[in-house]
Design a binder for this molecule. Structure first.
Ligand SMILES: Nc1ncnc2c1ncn2[C@@H]1O[C@H](COP(=O)(O)OP(=O)(O)OP(=O)(O)O)[C@@H](O)[C@H]1O
Length: 264
């Protein structure tokens, strides 16, 4: 079933249109990877979907136009981990508590026992318990990234949108996060921006590649991640082989020294 449907989305900034008519759907219980070169519009898409920048076109959630949801209602079903968000002057545990804010009124912000347990369990699962009393300003890039992901999961959204969630993480944390996303996708549909096509290939049910503000392709990794398409969109030579893991495509870069004269 379609959870989110986007039709002819046009969005950008004051004097620059970035997304030039983007249409796609996100299906329930899938991990949809968003790929594309620098500047192709991936973060702009995340911003447009969350209402952070104005956009034209049609976005519906379970067939209801997005504009009909208040920000608080929206936050009950959608959580976002954006790239380099501000770090408010607060401790990690208070920041995590904000994840429950949409479920409480401004005047009622005591967490229930279940909510406290959820926070504790997720902090333990992602190995950030030792950070709970630290200030956000004192965390490393990777630690802050983990904290943001845990805060989004504390929100218990139906749709989780992550903009390069693994960018600052070592491989152990990358795998831990992505395995977790795979585990929760029955309850939480995931849309995630990747730079690493191989991670996207390994973990995504479908990938969507953006190119110059348009959808180049959307489909299963094996169909979407062909060497011809990657070479055309990214402008670099690559070799794509099925990996031993479920034959998913694995993209190898080809350093210049391997190219024959005339192929450069
Ligand atoms: N706040 C802004 N004001 C003006 N232009 C912007 C702003 N943010 C991004 N852009 C421009 O919009 C275009 C798309 O940027 P966007 O951040 O969406 O790309 P991206 O695909 O996420 O890139 P990257 O892979 O580098 O993160 C770029 O040309 C960028 O310079």
């Amino acid at each position: 079933m379609t959870l989110l449907a986007v039709e002819n989305l046009v969005a950008g900034y004051k004097d620059k249109t970035v997304l030039r008519g983007v249409s796609f759907t996100v299906n329930e219980k899938e991990i949809l990877g968003i790929l594309g070169p620098n500047g192709s519009g991936k973060s702009t898409l995340v911003r447009a979907l969350t209402g952070a920048i104005p956009a034209s076109g049609k976005i519906t959630y379970k067939e209801v136009p997005m504009y009909k949801f208040s920000r608080q209602k929206l936050a009950c079903f959608m959580a976002v981990v954006s790239q380099s968000p501000p770090r408010p002057a607060m401790t990690v545990d208070h920041y995590l508590m904000l994840g429950r804010y949409p479920y409480h009124g401004v005047w009622d912000f005591g967490l229930t026992m279940d909510e406290k347990k959820l926070m504790r369990d997720l902090s333990k699962e992602f190995g950030i318990e030792y950070l709970l009393e630290r200030k956000l300003s004192e965390l490393s890039g990777g630690e802050f990234q983990l904290v943001q992901i845990v805060r989004a999961l504390v929100q218990q959204p139906e749709l989780l949108i992550l903009d390069e969630p693994t960018a600052h993480l070592d491989i152990a944390h990358q795998v831990r996060i992505l395995d977790w996303l795979e585990r929760i996708k029955q309850q939480t549909t995931v849309m995630v921006v990747f730079h690493d096509m191989n991670l996207a290939s390994l973990y995504c049910d479908r990938v969507m590649m953006l190119h110059e503000g348009l959808v180049e392709v959307i489909g299963e990794p094996a169909a979407a991640l062909t060497y011809e398409r990657i070479e055309r969109v990214f402008g670099v030579p690559v070799v794509v082989y099925p990996s031993p893991m479920e034959q998913r495509p694995h993209v190898y870069l080809v350093p210049k020294r391997f190219l024959q004269r005339g192929e450069e």
